[in-house]
Design a protein around this ligand. Structure first.
Ligand SMILES: NC(=O)c1ccc[n+]([C@@H]2O[C@H](COP(=O)([O-])OP(=O)(O)OC[C@H]3O[C@@H](n4cnc5c(N)ncnc54)[C@H](O)[C@@H]3O)[C@@H](O)[C@H]2O)c1
Length: 343
């Protein structure tokens, strides 16, 4: 059986989700790991039984037997590293956000296209069973005309979360609660309701000592005439409260909740009544807000490479939520509506 050889760049908090998903997949082999902090690279190599570790990611990209690179470094590094991987002929799985500007996102997409490699963006919540069930209902037209929707992220990130690494909460490397945390749910809202036409928004830094926002709110108009609301924060006392997504149409109402869109709170459609048992099947208890979606995302990516098709969330899909977040930043800065496409 053909196996793909993976290498992870950045052995920090999220990388273990990639390492575990690779280890759990019979078509994948975790060959290399890389971190500029040697101790972390060594830990990952030992824990996940990789063959070799690197401190300089360019050296890892030079390895001819490497097929796929997982980029799990601070967000402001994603584009540069992804472009280098593409130029080295490696497929790319990049953590969210794929970049911090549309130019960088486009450069990454183009580099992957030009070098004939696949690109996927880690919006793993798209694979959550409740989200998949909602998407199917939407594709089947069960909502009728969509009226409005909301994405709410009420999470808690204490000051010590931001203080654990210099890149956190900076504009150049991270962004705030919209760009880092809420972008998952913003992605889901725009996936269900989009494309977006225009956005108003406000951001504020009310509690944490960071450069970027710890609160963001926005209202959106979609091209189909529906409206949207985004509320995001990392200041909720004393712990994560909810990540919920609500979609409303003339013949349907769905609210997904839990701490990470992992529960079905409300499911009503004019065309039929689903049994509670069926709804329960699509719920998940999750140990943390990362959920289980990385397994499905990496499995889909492997199939995409082996069958030469697009990944489920390719670069162009991954760019859309980035554009929404940047449009909120632009509206907040200019105090004007941001109209699409953003320049
Ligand atoms: N999909 C999700 O649910 C999810 C969750 C958390 C984080 N993320 C994203 O993952 C990325 C990493 O976040 P994190 O929380 O794991 O950060 P982290 O700080 O814990 O880990 C980043 C790692 O990258 C390493 N690094 C920095 N520069 C490097 C370089 N030049 N070469 C090699 N390694 C380098 C650091 O030493 C660190 O170990 C961010 O973009 C974040 O937005 C995604």
């Amino acid at each position: 059986m053909k196996k793909l050889n993976f290498g992870i760049i950045g052995c920090g908090r999220i990388a273990y989700k990639h390492a575990e998903a690779i280890k759990n997949n019979e078509k994948a082999n975790l060959l290399y790991v890389c971190d500029i902090i040697e101790e972390r690279a060594v830990d990952y190599k030992n824990k996940y039984e990789a063959e070799e570790y690197f401190i300089d990611y360019h050296e890892m990209l030079d390895m001819p037997d490497l097929d796929v690179v997982n980029i799990c470094t601070p967000s402001g590094m994603h584009a540069e590293m992804g472009i280098a991987a593409a130029k080295a002929g490696k497929h790319v799985i990049v953590e969210k956000p794929m970049a911090l500007s549309l130019k960088d996102a486009d450069d990454l997409i183009n580099a992957c296209d030009d070098n004939g490699v696949k690109l996927a963006v880690c919006f793993q919540n798209r694979f959550n069973p409740p989200v998949q069930k909602l998407r199917k209902a939407l594709e089947e037209g069960r909502f009728g005309k969509l009226t409005h929707g909301s994405a709410v992220v009420r999470w808690f990130r204490p000051q010590k979360y931001y203080d654990q690494a210099a890149w956190r909460g900076t504009r150049a490397m991270d962004g705030g609660c919209l760009m880092n945390q809420a972008i998952h749910n913003i992605d889901l809202l725009q996936w269900m309701m989009g494309p977006v036409e225009s956005v108003f928004g406000y951001t504020a830094t009310n509690l944490r000592k960071i450069e970027a926002e710890d609160i963001g709110v926005a209202v959106l108009k979609f091209k189909n005439g529906a409206l949207g609301v985004i509320e995001a924060s990392t200041t909720i006392y004393p712990e994560n409260l909810e990540e919920s997504l609500a979609i409303f149409g003339e013949k349907g109402t769905v609210v997904l909740g839990g701490i990470a869109v992992n529960k079905i709170e409300t499911w009503k459609f004019a065309d039929s009544q689903e049994e509670n048992e069926d709804l329960k099947k699509h719920q998940q208890d999750v140990p943390n807000v990362y959920g289980f979606g990385h397994n499905a995302l990496i499995d889909d990516f492997i199939q995409a490479v082996l069958n030469d098709r697009n990944p489920y969330i390719d670069g162009r899909e991954g760019r859309k939520a980035l554009e929404v977040v940047l449009s909120i930043y632009q509206a907040a800065n200019t105090r004007k509506e941001s109209r699409y496409p953003l320049l």
